[in-house]
Design a protein around this ligand. Structure first.
Ligand code: EPZ
Length: 421
């Protein structure tokens, strides 16, 4: 059943939100647990549709997984029963591609279709496949189905990624951790979620060094155990609440947030006129006066300004008194949410991968549609600042990355209704 969010804007936000485990850590950790020979418990896992899709994929492999209030429990499986990943599940999200390497490593074979995911522009998987080929996998296409074989197991290698892709770095870590021999990855992604994956694999007996730098070394081990693990807090959820407070005004405390993980977003909001208090596991953000434009900002790989936060920051700056321009250098279609911003009366111009934000009149509520996860969250942020009621259609996109958003907003004083259609 489809859901529409109805948000009455124009009220400042006051209160505290808890930052959950990072979706983009949890998904690779679930893929990693396919390799584990003992029970795995992932803690503080938020209830998200993307997590449900991963669990459905794992069940289709014959794994016993439970998703409770405290997290996810995965029982070890003696044999992966079916190395054919269902097309319907693969196409529900991009992170489904992360299951290729662990299933290939366990079965010597995996068959799947291309992954789906947010339509942010072209999202090929050539680096994932090229890296796996370097490790000895045989890659073949049968129509739309992709077949990977490594009957004698994956082999350690030296490999340079042509671009520091987050997903491809994760694939190659998952492929190399139990491969025969040593692997060195050059040009690896440095995002905190890569470090989290490496920490989890090392806790299970993996031998990985250098995660968080461009060169990662992996000594293949024959077996991974399991154990309990708490993933890192979600830096993009942290950025979302910070931008929401900036847009609506008020004062919000982000409990459990690690400010250094989304420092460029906090710096931009500070430059726009917010007051920010950074503590070890907490951030407080306050906005009392009108925001000002911040000039130009470009997204970049970590530790640069995160692409996922580009639409969120844009939404916060719609009511600013000066000009801002945000350029996304990672994806070509990052600002699909601009259609919704325009419908709400914002003065924005989308030119290629740039979004130019000029001072305009006050935002007003209307009906808009989410077109992807972060763009959908950006529409929520804009709605919080708009006068009157905004209806956000296709809110299932937002549920991919934000657990129980209406309830969280209500706790901060927002009037919001969820309508089922
Ligand atoms: C991860 O996606 C995140 N998803 C994305 O978050 C995030 O936007 C992105 O990293 C960048 O930070 C997860 O972690 C599950 P990439 P991923 O591979 O791994 C190109 C969200 O909203 N590329 O680093 O798919 C690609 O086309 C999501 O939570 C290739 O050309 O990102 C893109 O332009 C959305 N060939 C660039 O690299 C490849 O084989 C970055 O992609 C792989 C990628």
């Amino acid at each position: 059943m489809a859901e529409i969010l109805e948000i009455w804007g124009g009220r400042p936000l006051y209160g505290t939100v808890e930052i959950p485990s990072a979706k983009n850590s949890v998904l690779p950790l679930l893929a990693a647990s396919v390799l584990c020979r003992e029970k795995v418990c992932l803690k503080k896992v938020p209830h998200l549709s993307d997590v449900e899709v991963c669990l459905a994929l794992m069940r289709s492999l014959g794994m016993d997984v439970r998703y409770g209030d405290t997290g996810v429990v995965i029982q070890p499986t003696a044999n992966v029963e079916d190395a054919s990943l269902q097309t319907e599940l693969m196409q529900k999200m991009r992170a489904s591609v992360l299951f290729l390497a662990p299933v290939l490593a366990r079965c010597g074979y995996v068959e799947a279709s291309l992954p789906g995911g947010c339509r942010l522009g072209k999202r090929p998987i050539d680096i994932h496949l090229d890296g796996l080929e370097h490790m000895g996998a045989n890659v073949r296409w049968h129509g739309e189905r992709l077949c990977l074989r490594a009957p004698r197991g994956l082999m350690g290698t030296k490999y340079t990624l042509r671009y520091p892709s987050v997903g491809a770095t994760e694939t190659l870590l998952l492929a190399s951790v139990c491969a025969k021999g040593d692997t060195v990855l050059h040009g690896a992604a440095c995002e905190p979620e890569i470090v989290d994956l490496a920490n989890f694999l090392n806790q299970c007996g993996g031998k990985i060094t250098g995660a968080g730098t461009e060169t990662i070394s992996v000594q293949g081990v024959s077996r991974l155990s399991g154990g309990a693990y708490t993933p890192i807090p979600d830096r993009i959820v942290g950025a979302t609440w910070a931008c929401a407070a900036a847009a609506a005004g008020g004062c919000v405390t982000l409990e459990g947030a690690q400010p250094e993980m989304f420092a460029p977003v906090l710096d931009a909001l500070e430059q726009a006129g917010c007051r920010i208090w950074r503590r070890k596991n907490q951030v407080k953000i306050e906005r009392r006066k009108e925001l000002v434009g911040i000039g130009e900002r470009k997204t970049a790989v970590y530790p640069g300004f995160p692409t996922d936060a580009a639409p969120l920051l844009a939404a916060a700056l719609l009511g600013a008194s000066g000009e801002s321009c945000i350029r996304d250098t990672i994806f070509t279609n990052r600002f699909a949410c601009a259609d919704g911003f325009l419908a709400m009366g914002a003065n924005v111009h989308r030119i290629g991968s740039d979004l130019r934000i000029l001072p305009g009149g006050p935002l007003h509520g209307t009906t808009v549609a989410a077109q992807d996860l972060r763009g959908g969250a950006a529409l929520v942020i804009a709605a919080l600042a708009a006068n009157g009621k905004t209806k956000i259609e296709d809110s299932f996109y937002i549920q991919r990355g934000y657990a129980d958003l209406p309830q969280q907003l209500r706790r901060l004083g927002v009037k919001i209704q969820v309508k089922k259609t």
